[in-house]
Design a protein around this ligand. Structure first.
Ligand SMILES: [Zn+2]
Length: 158
């Protein structure tokens, strides 16, 4: 038995039973919380790919994760993240919070000072707002071949 990391309700047995047949054996969110996160499936721009759309659920998650230092929450999306990363690629994260998510999902990750050995690297962002920081990255030696964003904000004014 486990409890949903977001609302504390019990994660139902039926859900866990269904998971026996998929890649993962563990579900950290209840069905109703999980349903609040909408897939950004068709969103791909160049080498950049988003996993979820930005909505109020995403906003609450990020707020709680960052402000309450709730490290447990880094596990919430490890299934989704590990499905979207490229195999054999190490990912660079721009903050400790996003690195924590990679670690929870057992994705190979690198930090800026240690990535000089890589010829190709990926970048993992929690929100697409971090793209601004990405543009400032001057210390990257390898080629950034994949940018994975957990939550993609909608471009509201264009
Ligand atoms: Zn829940």
């Amino acid at each position: 038995m486990s409890n949903c990391l977001l609302c504390g309700n019990q994660v139902r047995d039926s859900l866990r039973f269904a998971n026996l047949f998929s890649v993962t054996t563990e579900s950290w969110l209840c069905t109703s919380c999980r349903a609040g996160f909408l897939s950004a499936e068709n969103k791909q721009a160049g080498n950049m790919k988003a996993i979820f759309k930005w909505n109020e659920h995403a906003e609450h998650f990020v707020e709680r994760y960052l402000n309450m230092q709730d490290d447990e929450l880094s596990k919430c999306f490890c299934v989704e993240v590990s499905k979207k990363v490229r195999p054999k690629l190490a990912y660079l994260s721009l903050s400790e919070a996003s690195q924590q998510i990679l670690v929870a999902a057992a994705i190979p990750c690198v930090i800026l000072s240690e990535q000089s050995q890589q010829t190709e690297i990926g970048v993992f962002l929690m929100c697409s707002a971090e793209k601004v920081q990405l543009a400032k990255l001057s210390g990257v030696h390898g080629e950034i071949v994949h940018v994975l964003v957990l939550f993609e904000e909608e471009l509201s004014c264009e």
